[in-house]
Design a protein around this ligand. Structure first.
Ligand code: ZN
Length: 149
């Protein structure tokens, strides 16, 4: 299990160093900002929704390694998904990082599973879910900033 942990750690550090989809999405039709005052993480999510599906998604922001890597992995996990699928995935991700996910957490969570270790660090849960909260607000068409507090 510790080898797996090391691998997860490495993946998180890699996404922090080289975040994917880290840019402003010029043709975005949804966006929202999120702020985690506990850690100082800030994120802005851009999304292009077409026919109820996420066509493209990107982010900008600054924060700790967990918040940045989480946003990066999230953007990689969402393309082509419907809004309902995104919401279901958010729920499972939240269960994963809060340790509520029972049974086989790996099933269809894909790369998101690298954040399973977060449940051992309750203060980092908000770092890991910040981008998801902002994304949920963006998809609901809320334009105001969301805060984890
Ligand atoms: Zn943080």
């Amino acid at each position: 299990m510790s080898d797996l942990r090391d691998l997860y750690q490495e993946l998180i550090l890699d996404h922090n160093k080289r975040p994917r989809n880290f840019k402003k999405l010029e043709d975005a039709n949804r966006s929202a900002e999120g702020y985690n005052p506990l850690c100082g993480d800030k994120v802005k999510i851009y999304a292009r929704l077409e026919d109820g599906r996420v066509k493209d998604v990107s982010f900008e922001g600054s924060g700790c390694a967990i918040s940045k890597a989480s946003a990066s992995v999230m953007t990689e996990s969402l393309k082509g998904k419907t809004v309902a699928e995104v919401e279901a995935l958010f729920k499972r991700f939240r269960d994963l990082v809060t340790g509520k996910e029972a049974g086989a957490p790996e099933a269809d969570l894909g790369k998101l599973v690298v954040f399973s270790g977060v449940c051992e660090f309750p203060t980092r849960v908000k770092c890991a879910t910040l981008a998801w909260h902002a994304l949920a607000a963006a998809l609901q068409g809320k334009d105001e900033a969301v805060s984890t507090e």
